[in-house]
Every structure is written in structure tokens, then in C-alpha cells.
Design a protein around this ligand. Sequence first.
Ligand SMILES: [Fe+2]
Ligand SMILES: [Fe+2]
Length: 183
Amino acid sequence: MLPIGPLMIEHRMIERMIRVMRHELLQAEEQKKIDPRFIETATDFIRAYADRCHHGKEEDLLFRELKKKKIAAEHQTVMEELIEEHKRGREVTARLMEANSRYRKGDEGALSAIFECVKTLIGFYPKHIEKEDKKFFLPIMGYFSKEEKEAMLMEGYRFDADLLHEEYQKIVKEAERTLPPKP
Ligand SMILES: [Fe+2]
Ligand SMILES: [Fe+2]
């Protein structure tokens, strides 16, 4: 498999969550309320899967290797756009988490910020994914040898395996905050 294979499979998973978010948003706008637990699930998915795991493999592996190559100006431009879009995605997700925590505490005014952030994300991801799938991933594979592609695929698998441990270390560390201080 090409190293972009797992990334494209992950795109399909992100699309599935975006579809659910679109559906939830429509209902929430009609009812003028939203389940903060759904927003928590959605932002956790975006933070851990779409950003850390998926954009992580793009930026820390694929783009890192691409930066070592002499690439066409059009590919350079698209790569810079994609990195910028990842940053914007992170900012919107952080805003959404913040608005959701206000809403959870009873701030009804945070609902419009939640709607706006969800709208931005469901508009952003499909376009971003389409750009990668249709205009970027396949053409840039031409810069790499068979061995380089194989090495990237393997590194991607290791990246994923390490993430599981990273994620749960974070969860345990957070949980430990409730422990009384050591004597
Ligand atoms: Fe991306
Ligand atoms: Fe992607």
C-alpha cells in the first residue's frame, strides 16, 4: 500500500463524523439547543483522530519527507495551504471546546458560537479532504522511490501505535490530578 493509503482511509472516517455533525447541527438549530456531550464526542474525535493522528501523519511524516525534495511550485503552494488549514482547524476546534464548556455551565449565549464553529468545521473538512485526495496526494507520490514510500508507510504504522499510548498516558495523568498530594 502507498503511504497515502491509510490517510485516505482516515479521510473516509472523518467524512462519516462530519455527516453526523451536519445532521446534529440541523436538529440543534431547529430546537435551539444542543447536547454538549455530542460536542464533546465530536471535538474529542477531531482533536485526537483528525488532528493528532491524521494531520500528525501528514505534517510530521509525509510533509516532513516532502520538504526534503525539490518539488514543483504548485505542490509547494498546496502544501503551505494545507498546513495553514490544519492550523485554522485547530483554532476553530479550540473555540468550539471553549464555547461548549461555557454552554455546559449554563451560558445560553454560547450556543451561537457553537453553531458557528460546527458550521465552519463541516464546511472546512470536506474541502480540505478533497484538495488532498484530488490535487495533492497522488501527484506527490511521484517524488518518492519505492523504498521511501515503503519506509513512510511503516513509520505511519509506528506513529499510530505510539499514539494509543500517548493518548492513555494523557488520560491517566489527567485522572491523577484528583489524587491527594504525596506526603
Ligand atoms: Fe490535511
Ligand atoms: Fe488529510
